[in-house]
Ligand binder design. Structure first.
Ligand SMILES: [Fe+2]
Length: 453
């Protein structure tokens, strides 16, 4: 007994409170807002459950956990998942796991409008936006969080302790609002994304655990895809790329036929199709081609986005913010009405929440379809309703001031399509900006084109 106590003391905080639930957070598990998923962690085998109800003094509903032990680098953790069913809309629920108490408010049934906090690339040791995100969340300034990969730098660092610390740091807000994620390159832990797979809960419709999935929420069909299936194909094989591609094609086809009920399709992924940062491999050459247009016999993602009228895409990976004009395979529409009934998908890169390398460098010459760039630390708040999407980019460096703000509007029934683009041809890269006899200008553009194509 004494020996056991001494050993527990030496092992530190986590093992002393080994059965205490930690890293408690919420997630959407379907398109049904009467359901909410809860996921948490213990360090010992402990069957637990979520007691919940609308009366803090009488938690009269109960959901037993599904416990999954998982091992990373010799450390065993227990992932606990429970789904709360039968939730009434716009109602505050209290819930309790063992002695730990939390609460959240459900969304309206089929909400016509809501706000999402969106960002990528947020670390534990350099979580520049973390305090602001938590404070604004607790203040009710958004309804849920979407983290576009590169989570905690890294989930598996120090045998996973860094992932534990990060999720505990965010627990005050992610135990109150759903925390949705997609894997970034930093989620590769050398063990086929084990730390990512076991620590998060997402709708279970995409197979391969949580590498890709989709759900409807009010006016938006949200679809998360893994760019890491591409990025790590040499380690984990090409099969995940094909599985995801076939799933995505079917998912987008169904969503595109359901526009009358759910008018928008928004995608989220870690690596960008386009970016104007100095590291040219990621923005202009191999990585870009790999994910966007495909590589070897692996099909890329952009053709599917174009075929099924993807409205928006959110990306991380570059540690900066960049907004694009509607763009379809390097054809773009940058007129003053570009964001009204867009002719092509509109992408936003928002990967500056808090990474290890500040002051992301931009190229001197942005892509011509780049509409705004900012390399302050920060994150995005997106407000959506059936006919508009409003994005505000908040700067941490500038005391939470807004550094970009734009609105996309679309009329009922508008869907971007190849047919629409044929009727309204955009500008093609590279634009003809040189006089035919201005050889210096031509040479400059040729150089750009050659390095880009
Ligand atoms: Fe990344």
């Amino acid at each position: 007994m004494w020996l056991k106590l001494i050993v527990l003391g030496l092992l530190g905080h986590h093992h002393v409170k080994a059965a205490s639930p930690d890293q408690v957070h919420l997630a959407f598990v379907s398109s049904d807002t009467s359901q909410m998923g809860v996921i948490w962690n213990t360090y010992v085998d402990a069957r637990q459950s979520v007691k919940y109800g609308t009366d803090q003094g009488n938690l009269n509903m109960n959901s037993a956990d599904q416990q999954t032990p998982w091992v990373y680098n010799g450390t065993t953790r227990y992932s606990h998942r429970a789904i709360l069913n039968g939730l009434e809309p716009e109602t505050t629920y209290y819930y309790q796991i063992e002695d730990r108490k939390f609460s959240f408010k459900t969304m309206p049934k089929n909400p016509s409008s809501y706000k999402v906090c969106i960002f990528g690339d947020l670390g534990y040791w350099h979580g520049n936006s973390t305090e602001s995100i938590i404070r604004k969340g607790l203040n009710g300034e958004y309804d849920w969080i979407l983290h576009l990969g590169d989570i905690s730098y890294d989930l598996h660092t120090n045998n996973g302790q860094n992932g534990d610390d990060f999720l505990n740091q965010l627990e005050p807000i992610i135990s109150r609002v759903p925390y949705m994620v997609i894997a970034g390159n930093h989620e590769d832990d050398g063990a086929n994304f084990t730390n990512y797979q076991k620590r998060f809960l997402v709708p279970d419709n995409g197979f391969q655990d949580n590498q890709f999935y989709s759900f409807d929420l009010g006016p938006v069909h949200w679809v998360g895809v893994s760019t890491e299936n591409y990025g790590f194909y040499y380690a984990y094989g090409q099969e995940p790329v094909f599985t995801q591609y076939n799933w995505l094609k079917n998912d987008l086809d169904k969503a595109n036929k359901n526009r009358a009920n759910v008018p928008w399709i928004f995608s989220f992924q870690h690596r960008p199709f386009y970016c104007s940062n100095v590291n040219s491999d990621e923005c202009q050459s191999f990585e870009n081609r790999l994910v966007r247009t495909g590589w070897l016999d692996m099909p890329g993602l952009e053709p599917l986005f174009l075929q099924y009228g993807m409205d928006m895409g959110f990306w991380g990976h570059e540690h900066s913010y960049e907004r694009f004009y509607p763009v379809a395979d390097r054809k773009y529409w940058n007129g003053s009405d570009a964001y009204h009934n867009p002719k092509a998908p509109v992408y936003v890169l928002t990967g500056s929440a808090g990474c290890h390398s500040p002051d992301a460098e931009f190229t001197d010459q942005p892509w011509p379809w780049s509409a705004a760039r900012n390399n302050d630390y920060g994150y995005s708040i997106v407000t959506v309703n059936p006919t508009s999407m409003h994005l505000v980019q908040i700067s941490i460096d500038e005391n939470e001031n807004t550094v970009d703000d734009f609105i996309i509007t679309k009329d009922a029934g508008h869907v971007n399509s190849e047919e629409l683009r044929r009727q309204n041809p955009g500008l093609k890269f590279p634009p003809l900006q040189c006089h035919p006899k201005d050889y210096r200008c031509s040479a400059k553009y040729l150089k750009i084109v050659n390095s880009e194509l």
